[in-house]
Design a protein around this ligand. Structure first.
Ligand SMILES: Cc1cc2nc3c(=O)[nH]c(=O)nc-3n(C[C@H](O)[C@H](O)[C@H](O)COP(=O)(O)OP(=O)(O)OC[C@H]3O[C@@H](n4cnc5c(N)ncnc54)[C@H](O)[C@@H]3O)c2cc1C
Length: 455
């Protein structure tokens, strides 16, 4: 493809849900589009927790940006934007400046540790493939350590998983970890009963999945507890370190802590020098432009827009609708027409709790829970996954996991000599006892004197 310098240059930073839609909708327009992203793949974030919990492989939920956007007017660059210079009209990148006539910023969000960045080391969050792989490895290593560790106290710590934040990500992780430890893995371990692992979900607010109607929150809590998750609401975390979590005076010893709580806008927003909201998102005009700059659009999780008294939510459908809208507004700009205000259409949202259980709201009216919600959740996620191959492999993997209860994507890469507890000869569970879900009476460790819970 030859670049045509006469044509209007559209630069899109970020090939997530919003950026990809904007680029796709500009494909046939008389513009030169440059899409840049710091990764070479588009990521389907809603299924990241399934990579973190060993159901899916990273390749199943990602697609090469080049392949998705191949077409006549689009150049794809692997590059990280460090700032935007609104005066010079350039995106400042790791390797130089990229000039634009119209700019679309779609760099999404990152984790927020509520003023405690030091917690990040001990409680990783889930946003990228690297995060999901790191969490998977942490969880699998904790189970390996529990199998090796002869000390009952430490063993309990290895088998305690704390998830901070009961929004959709925290709930998904908690449900999946509870299922995995109760049903998928116990047969694979001989010295320790993995089914006795504790999954604790901490939420500072009074209920889980706070963005959903109260009746659905209650249902979600019941379903989580049925799965074996210890749900603690009104539990404001005051400390996190490598040996556990503090909630006020209560200490929860745990070797694996995961973060599903705060969200902050991508730091690129700060470089614009325009008004931001509390989460660092750009307060955009109804047309999705930056105030005072009709040539700069901000969309998706990076944008803050109040509509009918409510913020437009930071979810994939909103980002996609915004992406389509800015493509239209860019075409209007080029044609010398006034820009149109964006209108978010809330078709609904779902949160999955575990196998056969989800909650959801459709068109702001219809409330669903249990299996019907879960089946809809499955259908929607397959529909929106990018790439035919991904749809097929994910459907196959889900069917396989559903029927066998197995978790096969259990790679621990790298060598871990010296990081695990010392190897000591220890008794193995009799084969009939090593199946925690089928033998509920089996204790966590071999010693009868051990209590099963730590408070
Ligand atoms: C674990 C998890 C689960 C979720 N589950 C759901 C769900 O079930 N349903 C739902 O609707 N929503 C869900 N969401 C939210 C949804 O994924 C986001 O709302 C959506 O991705 C926002 O789209 P976006 O285009 O604004 O940003 P993103 O999709 O996050 O894309 C941002 C892109 O920008 C790139 N980027 C970032 N900074 C730079 C830079 N400086 N330079 C270059 N490139 C950069 C990133 O690599 C990325 O490709 C979930 C999110 C997470 C993290």
């Amino acid at each position: 493809m030859e670049n045509n310098p006469q044509r209007h240059r559209v630069v899109i930073v970020g090939a997530g849900f919003g950026g990809l839609q904007a680029a796709s909708k500009l494909r046939k327009s008389p513009v030169e589009v440059t899409v840049l992203d710091r990764y070479n793949h588009h990521l389907f974030q809603p299924l990241l927790y399934q990579v973190a919990t060993a159901v899916l492989s990273p390749g199943d939920i990602s697609a090469p940006i080049r392949q998705v956007l191949r077409g006549r007017n689009t150049t794809v660059l692997l590059a990280e934007a460090s700032s935007i210079d609104l005066q010079r009209k350039v995106v400042v990148c790791d390797g130089g400046d990229i000039p634009y006539d119209s700019l679309v910023l779609a760099t999404g969000a990152t984790h927020s540790y509520f003023g405690h960045p030091e917690w990040a080391r001990f409680a990783p969050g889930l946003k990228t493939i690297d995060d999901a792989r790191a969490i998977r490895e942490r969880v699998l290593l904790a189970l390996e350590a529990a199998e090796r560790d002869p000390d009952p106290e430490r063993r309990r710590e290895w088998l305690t998983f704390v998830i901070i934040g009961a929004g959709p990500t925290g709930v998904e992780l908690a449900g999946a970890l509870a299922y995995m430890t109760r049903h998928s893995l116990p047969r694979d371990f001989r010295r320790v009963d993995i089914s006795q692992a504790r999954v604790i979900l901490l939420e500072g607010l009074p209920r889980v999945l706070n963005a959903y109607p109260e009746v659905l929150s209650k249902r979600a809590r019941v379903d989580l507890e049925k799965l074996g998750v210890d749900v603690r609401t009104g539990a404001m975390v005051t400390g996190v370190d490598e040996l556990g979590v503090s909630v006020g005076d209560t200490r929860i010893p745990a070797r694996t802590v995961l973060w599903g709580a705060g969200v902050a806008a991508s730091p690129l927003a700060r470089t614009l020098g325009v008004p931001l909201d509390k989460a660092g998102r750009v307060k955009v005009e109804p047309t999705l432009t930056v105030p005072g700059h009709e040539d700069v659009f901000v969309i998706g999780d990076l944008a803050s827009l109040i509509q009918d008294g409510k913020p437009v939510p930071g979810i994939a459908p909103a980002a996609m609708q915004m992406g389509r809208h800015v493509a239209k507004n860019i075409r209007r700009r080029i044609a010398g027409q006034p820009l149109e205000p964006f209108r978010y259409h809330d078709k609904g949202s779902f949160a999955v709790i575990g196998r056969g259980s989800a909650i959801g709201v459709l068109y702001d009216k219809i409330r669903l829970s249990g299996k019907p919600a879960w089946l809809m959740w499955l259908g929607i996620h397959i529909t929106f996954l990018i790439g035919f191959r991904n749809k097929l492999t994910v459907m196959f993997d889900w069917a396989y996991t559903y029927l066998t209860k197995r978790r096969d994507v259990r790679l621990i890469t790298g060598l871990h000599a010296g990081k695990l507890p010392p190897l000591q000869p220890g008794p193995a569970l009799p084969v009939s006892e090593a199946h925690g879900d089928e033998h509920p009476g089996v204790g966590m460790a071999r010693s009868e004197s051990e209590p099963t819970h730590v408070h």
